[in-house]
Design a protein around this ligand. Structure first.
Ligand code: CMP
Length: 140
């Protein structure tokens, strides 16, 4: 087991319903530490750049619209196997397919408004952390 960092977003559907604390509780209860965090309202440019990998997907435009529809909370999480651990806590992208007890099963509204984002690899985590945080903002 190696200590790792991953990147997480509490999405607009969750901040709108005042669920930020409940999401953080799930993360902390599972042993992840929030070592950086800020509440921001993403610009269209930021959201398009962050999700550039999905640019050709039919849902890209709606995804950018949704992610800029309200505030989000961006986070750096640290812990043993943080990338895989966070994905386990989040559950499947589509809440209809998410396992019981996961954040998305319990809180998500739809495949788009699915409450949280988590990096899918350590490499992407490093890039996503860098996208939103300066080194001086990460105080593990
Ligand atoms: P996220 O982990 O943030 O990465 C890309 C997002 O696109 C994903 O979560 C979903 O919220 C969103 N999305 C919207 N529609 C789809 C879809 N049909 N398939 C996969 N992801 C989708």
């Amino acid at each position: 087991m190696s200590t790792e960092r991953t990147f997480s977003i509490v999405k607009p559907d969750a901040t709108r319903r005042n669920l930020t604390g409940k999401v953080i509780d799930r993360l902390e209860s599972a042993g992840l530490r929030v070592i950086a965090q800020k509440r921001i309202w993403m610009s269209t440019k930021q959201a398009e750049a962050f999700y550039a990998v999905h640019k050709a997907r039919p849902f890209f435009h709606d995804l950018v619209k949704f992610m800029t529809s309200g505030p989000v909370v961006v986070q750096v999480l640290e812990g043993a196997n943080a990338v895989a651990k966070n994905r386990e806590i989040m559950g499947a992208t589509d809440p209809a397919k998410a396992a019981p007890g996961t954040i998305r099963k319990d809180f998500a509204e739809s495949i788009e408004a699915n409450s949280v984002h988590g990096s899918d690899s350590a490499e992407n985590a490093a890039a996503e952390i860098k996208f939103f945080f300066a080194d001086t903002e990460i105080v593990g």
